[in-house]
Design a protein around this ligand. Structure first.
Ligand code: NAD
Length: 451
């Protein structure tokens, strides 16, 4: 049996290993899930909700163990890992209730006829997930799939298989056998899952892999929901609270070492306040403690050496093309990169267009709001965007001109609970969370009769 070793990105030590599922065994995993599906679907919405809610207490009892595992396997600081681990248990009952509500049948009566719109299970969902939120990303794909009455084959990232397994282990303590099957491996296992006879692929990961999946899934017109990368902009207007704006930029460019899909990667600041903003952001960035997430650091390592080299190469190329390093800009040691603030970024630089996914905040000075909006929208991505400005309608008017899927005004882009997590343009295809998001994991079916 081939084993996949999982390494601690802060130390290079082996954290643990899992058995790899050979690609030619993926269909057998799907078959097991398919056989378990009818009984699970037959439980009905309320029955499935009751089963899944039992997992909340188990997640909560394991917060410390899960958080430590995430830090050791993926590298994020313990305080961030604890937040991610806590959310699994504390939010579960509410999420499940939301899904029950979203998946109720709707009735429409017109002209003496009644149509009932059902949201039925699809069958088996293949869930393919990334490493950056190694437990919440599986959760975001698996929970709505299960609640809609599907069985699931989960293929966690090869960078964080232990976290993916630990997540599934909790659910498998409450689920009937084979309703949730885990298949471990990398690209080849992901490709085999896409080509298997699953009914849907729920994917979170990079834009390039998302496009590949969409092409491959087209052969059988499989349903796909793709949550992809971003190159999120932030606009700082001249009436913004500069301290708050700098604090947000530091938080959202450097948390999880910048390895967040809605990370602030491009900042457009009005000329009049640029000196003050750059000064405040650089001060905050240089105060962050870089180190092993188990040792109370603020910024942990990059997930692997390829990701570190990609980030350092983008910084070097930007500096070579005229950008200025205000702070950071260095590989620290091993997989570490110091939180970096670059100014003088121009649109021709690679770092302006290609997702960085590292601890780098790129500042561009602009002389008008129109220029800020045009530059912010000059991307094929469209995940999140943020505007910091005065507490006025004008700030919201600027925000409404942005082409991202989720836009925050004086706050992070993600909406309040119950709203969609949605990428526009090449940041997503389909979406999840919210009534409409939950329904994407179900087959809509309409039954009409005279009344
Ligand atoms: P990735 O696309 O390299 O890998 C994601 C998953 O796909 C992994 O499990 C991998 O093994 C699998 N995979 C790779 N090639 C495949 C193929 N050809 N067919 C099927 N599966 C394949 O992404 P990553 O490096 O793990 O994660 C980082 C990316 O995820 C970033 O672009 C980030 O922005 C994005 N992301 C997006 C969101 C969102 O909500 N939009 C959330 C988190 C991460």
């Amino acid at each position: 049996m081939t084993m996949l070793s999982s390494l601690n990105p802060a130390t290079g030590d082996v954290v643990g290993e899992v058995p790899v599922t050979p690609p030619d065994q993926i269909q057998a995993a799907v078959d097991r899930a398919r056989a378990a599906h009818p009984t699970w679907a037959a439980l009905g919405l309320e029955g499935r909700a009751a089963v899944l809610k039992q997992a909340a207490d188990i997640f909560t009892a394991r917060v410390d163990a899960h958080a430590e595992l995430m830090t050791r396997e993926q590298g994020k600081p313990m305080k961030e890992a604890k937040g991610e681990a806590r959310g699994l248990g504390s939010g579960l009952a509410l999420e499940v209730d939301e899904m029950v509500e979203a998946l109720q049948a709707d009735v429409v009566e017109r002209g003496g006829h009644r149509s009932t719109i059902y949201h039925d299970p699809l069958g088996v969902v293949g869930a393919i997930t990334p490493w950056n939120f190694p437990m919440s990303m599986p959760h975001w794909m698996v929970l709505p799939s299960l609640m809609a009455g599907n069985a699931v084959v989960l293929k966690p990232s090869e960078e964080t298989p232990l976290c993916g397994q630990a997540y599934a282990d909790v659910l498998n303590e409450v689920l009937p056998n084979n309703v949730l099957v885990v298949a471990h491996g990398a690209d080849d296992q992901g490709k085999a899952l896409v080509l298997s006879d699953v009914d849907m692929i729920a994917f979170t990961g990079s834009r390039e892999v998302g496009k590949h999946i969409m092409r491959e899934a087209s052969g059988t017109l499989k349903r796909v929901v793709l949550e992809l990368g971003g190159k999120d902009p932030m606009i700082v207007l001249d009436d913004a609270d500069i301290e708050q704006a700098a604090k947000f930029a530091a938080f959202n460019s450097f948390r999880n070492c910048g390895q967040v899909c809605i990370s602030t990667e491009r900042i457009f600041v009005m000329d009049s306040i640029a000196d003050e903003f750059e000064g405040a952001l650089s001060e905050l960035a240089s105060a962050l403690k870089v180190g092993d997430g188990l040792e109370a650091s603020d910024v942990g390592p990059m997930v692997n050496v390829q990701q570190r080299d990609h980030v350092l190469a983008q910084i070097d190329a930007a500096v070579g093309a005229g950008a200025t390093v205000l702070t950071g800009g260095q590989g620290h040691h091993d997989n570490f990169v110091t939180p970096t603030v670059l100014s003088g970024i121009t649109e021709d630089m690679d770092i302006s267009t290609v997702e960085t996914f590292g601890p780098v905040a790129c500042v561009t000075r602009v002389s008008s709001v129109d220029e800020a909006v045009t530059r912010a929208n000059d991307t094929r991505f469209g995940l999140g965007a943020v505007v910091f400005g005065g507490d006025s309608d004008q700030t919201e008017i600027v925000a409404r001109q942005l082409t991202a899927g989720m836009i925050g005004v004086n706050r992070s882009p993600g909406g309040v609970p119950g709203t969609p997590w949605v990428g526009a343009r090449e940041s997503g295809f389909g979406f999840h969370k919210s009534r409409d998001g939950h329904r994407q994991f179900a087959q809509t079916r309409v039954l009409t009769r005279p009344v």
